[in-house]
Design a protein around this ligand. Sequence first.
Ligand SMILES: Nc1ncnc2c1ncn2[C@@H]1O[C@H](COP(=O)(O)OP(=O)(O)OP(=O)(O)O)[C@@H](O)[C@H]1O
Ligand SMILES: [Mg+2]
Length: 246
Amino acid sequence: MGKIVILTSGKGGAGVSCAAAVFAAELAETGRRVLLMDLAAGLRTQDFLTAADELLLYDLADAAAGRCTLQDVWYASPAYEGVWVLPAPGKKDEMPSAAQTVDLLRRCAQCFDHVVVDCPAGSNLLFELAGAADDVAICCTPDPMSVRACAAVREELAEAFAGEARLIISKFNEEEMLAVWNTNDLDGVIDGVGLRLLGVVPRDTAFARWIAARDQRVCKTAAWGALGRCCARLRGETIPLSLKRS
Ligand SMILES: Nc1ncnc2c1ncn2[C@@H]1O[C@H](COP(=O)(O)OP(=O)(O)OP(=O)(O)O)[C@@H](O)[C@H]1O
Ligand SMILES: [Mg+2]
């Protein structure tokens, strides 16, 4: 059974999909077979991020309903060797039931070394899938609204996930942090969400540009490196955090 990691957030736009794509690419670089499962029905980010968008015939709804085999529903990423993507349904209302999605996730995990799940903010599926997960990481931008929303997810998740969910602080920019919080100390964010920190990802325009490029040769920017270290820490590697304290 492969390891399942769920990436999610309390608020939209926190960098969950980018983080999930980087986690999948980094895990695949260690020689593992990785499935990147996209739960953002109607938005479908991962086929685009992995450059598999031209290949799609089936999606998660087809596999759940038995309209295709499991092997038909994942596509090898032309951008990242060792990564396969399982696309979300094209429309929101095509998303299968929670029970069907959990069943599909468990079956997928039997065929891969790792399954990385992109679970969008606000999806109740998180609480259904968490019971099957080995790890959960919550992406939070360092602003009070995101912190509040992520704290609410942490609280609700405690019922559904027996493990320790971890915090990724996304899109960190020192100037913005000072403007919003009057300090560059991240303790307020960490304490506000109430989870142990996995890593801090800088706001990084080069990384954002990579999304359009979808080219592994140009994408290893500062944010990529930070997400790679988050992924390695989840796998148990000891990589020190370098946090600014005021
Ligand atoms: N570290 C970063 N620095 C700068 N821009 C980033 C960073 N991470 C993500 N972005 C940008 O932020 C936007 C949202 O990222 P992403 O789609 O990963 O977030 P999300 O949490 O999955 O959003 P959604 O709620 O829509 O699913 C994208 O346009 C992406 O380019
Ligand atoms: Mg997303």
